[in-house]
Design a protein around this ligand. Structure first.
Ligand SMILES: *Cc1c(COP(=O)(O)O)cnc(C)c1O
Length: 353
């Protein structure tokens, strides 16, 4: 081993879902099957390419303002970044600096562990219960901060705002981050609690419900004090994070509320149809309030199903890991895609009785 090796920051990186570059039925990374709002395409066509010579607006002012109006908060309460992964990483860097461990569930978004390791933040992972629900009492002990998604991923379970408030009430001395990547498919957002709890940060993304994973846009909503701390950290690091194209497209996506609501409703309808069909085939799953279903089958190993589906160009996610090794995470696609998934599974089970 070279002497310099001992001073290298070594990390075990996050493993993203596969992105095959040919056309498959892609139900493995919780993307939206519908295109972004029509205004996005128009705005792109109208873009003045000459402006690419210039740096983009470091404050992302237009996008921040559009989001602030949409959520009925002040511009000073919105922080934007390159996907919510960027926003979350910046939150870890800024707010999780205690010697006490931060807390997040054992079954959750696997990036949390990666950032904690990267930044050398101590962490503990209280186990979700048998039915994959977060046990809120586990978060009442001393800690250096709390983060969890709501709905949780990959379990798909949504907890209501009373649950969130219980956690907040027991944790007034640390920052609590609620990662709402899937909130638009579920119930009420914790954004309505930000005036009541000055330690709450809510993070959302354009990648799921807004059909723009490729544009990389995420944001945090909180009080002006915490947003300022985030901006200070960001400007100490890289001030031009958001590119011009994403800024323009982001604004257009937020403006078209009707289109947004229509596609979210379609996905929720397709989700409910898929749940019923999966039940008929003998699958069980937590009651999803997300754009994916976390399903298991008593008779068929998840990994076998994953591989057979993949052979047939139907990509779902098999995450592995001790407690969830017999589960598949299946994103909700179009109705036609879900019909093909169900048709394949029906045939497969006939052949492998
Ligand atoms: C998808 C996802 C994100 C990250 O999304 P971005 O594409 O980086 O905005 C964050 N948290 C959870 C729980 C997710 O599932």
């Amino acid at each position: 081993m070279k002497a310099f090796e001992k001073n290298i920051r070594k990390v075990e990186p996050y493993v993203p879902g596969e992105q095959p570059q040919r056309k498959v039925i892609k139900l493995n990374t919780n993307e939206n099957p519908y295109p972004p709002a029509p205004g996005v395409s128009k705005a792109l066509q109208g873009m003045d390419v000459d402006r690419f010579r210039l740096y983009p607006d470091p404050t992302a002012g237009d996008l921040v303002h559009t989001l602030a109006e949409y959520y009925g908060v002040d511009d000073s309460q919105v922080f934007v970044g390159v996907g919510s992964d960027d926003v979350l990483a910046m939150c870890f860097l800024t707010f999780f600096n205690s010697d006490k461990p931060i807390l997040f569930p054992d079954i959750t978004y696997s990036f949390y562990k990666v950032w904690a390791e990267l930044y050398r933040i101590p962490y503990e992972c209280p186990a979700v219960d048998e039915s994959f629900h977060i046990v809120k009492e586990d978060y009442y002990k001393e800690n250096g901060g709390i983060i969890f998604p709501n709905p949780n991923a990959p379990t798909s379970i949504y907890e209501n705002l009373d649950f969130i408030e219980d956690i907040l009430k027991h944790n007034q001395d640390v920052i609590v981050i609620v990662d709402e990547a899937y909130i638009d498919f579920a119930g009420k957002s914790a954004i309505e609690l930000i005036d009541k709890y000055d330690n709450l940060i809510v993070v959302q993304t354009f990648s799921k419900a807004r059909s723009m994973a490729g544009m990389r846009i995420g944001y945090a909503i909180s009080n002006p004090t915490l947003i300022k701390y985030l901006n200070d950290a960001k400007y100490s690091f890289n001030s031009y994070t958001m590119n011009m194209t994403s800024l323009v497209c982001g604004v257009e996506a937020v403006k078209d509320k009707a289109y947004f609501e229509e596609t979210v409703e379609k996905i929720k309808d397709t989700r409910e149809w898929t749940k019923k069909e999966l039940t008929k085939l003998g699958f069980t799953y937590p009651d999803s309030q997300s754009n994916f279903i976390f399903a298991t089958h008593e008779k068929y190993a998840a990994q076998d199903l994953f591989e057979a589906l993949r052979e047939a160009d139907i990509y779902v996610r098999f995450l592995g890991g001790e407690r969830i090794k017999n589960y598949l995470r299946i994103s909700i696609g179009t109705m036609e895609e879900m019909e093909q998934l169900i048709a394949f599974l029906t045939e497969y089970m006939k052949k492998h009785e």
